[in-house]
Design a protein around this ligand. Sequence first.
Ligand SMILES: *Cc1c(COP(=O)(O)O)cnc(C)c1O
Length: 370
Amino acid sequence: MTCDFLSLALPGVQKLSPYVPGKPVDELAREFGLRVQDIVKLASNENPLGPSPRVLEAIRAALPELTRYPDGNGFALKQALSHEFGLVPEQLTLGNGSNDILELVTRAFVAPEHEVVFSEHAFAVYPIVTQAVGARAVVVPARDWGHDLSAMAAAITPATRLVFIANPNNPTGTWIGRAELEQFLAGVPERVIVVLDEAYTEYVEDADFPRGFDYLAQYPNLLVSRTFSKAYGLAALRVGYAASHPAIADALNRVRQPFNVNSLALTAACAALADEDYLQRSRELNSAGMAQLEQGFARLGLQWIPSRGNFIAVDLGREAAPVYQGLLREGVIVRPVANYGMPQHLRVTIGLEQENHRFLDALQQVLARV
Ligand SMILES: *Cc1c(COP(=O)(O)O)cnc(C)c1O
């Protein structure tokens, strides 16, 4: 090969670092000769409950239709979402995971001369989609690990086209309260699209926690993205959605792939949406597990960042990489977050009680020896 193909790629693509996912269980099993059933994975904010039986039943019933293309407009799921959240189908965009949504909104609206504003320590996909379209990322320093919304508002210039906000944020678990969000939205010029990424909103039980859907009528420049990957337990199927002004949904619809959400995902999402019981069990398990981990960290004398997600970032007070490696050897996969500018933290997904216990035990042992 004489051609340097990477040098032909768009300048933003050449400088991109690809998204680093949590280490798959099978990979760790191969590397360390461990048995898959002995490995605990708390690395990708997956739902530890396993899929809802009602979802599995719906998927089985849909299997005979696999030779057909999916409904490219997602009629049934959009109906169900509209009904559930008091929206109209024209406001909805379905995505192959909500990552797809984040990419669609960037591709539809952002050109190389534009700027995209997001926070330090925010979700890794924001810089990736920004760079992929060749735009300039404006990264606003975090305040107490969370989004500094007043600094983010101040970072908006005539070149700004998009602002990404994650509430709660991943990997920090930090969140934005109602008053702060309202003040921010009121100050953003209408030509700037605000993407409010609510991947974890279903876990938040605080009565006064802001929900983006409540602001769509007032702010036509607001897009709220959500996912079935976390509290609904469908990460493997890849289905997310956005609610926005119909004109924004129209733009996203023009750039998406014709069948971007597959049939099983559509079917499963409808079933998951109807399974309020599963969602409630997810929340209960999460808050119990969160308390378990916080108590465990306190016993070990460790600090953590208070979180409203299904994960928690623990501060080891030292380089986290060797501890991460030590945990792998114990068969426990968590997530290093040095690539998020947090070299002393590890992000741990809330698991089942015994998984949390395994993790805390392993952490204690590893901390004593590395
Ligand atoms: C997990 C996550 C998503 C969504 O992931 P999908 O599986 O693509 O829906 C989006 N935003 C944040 C902040 C996340 O942590």
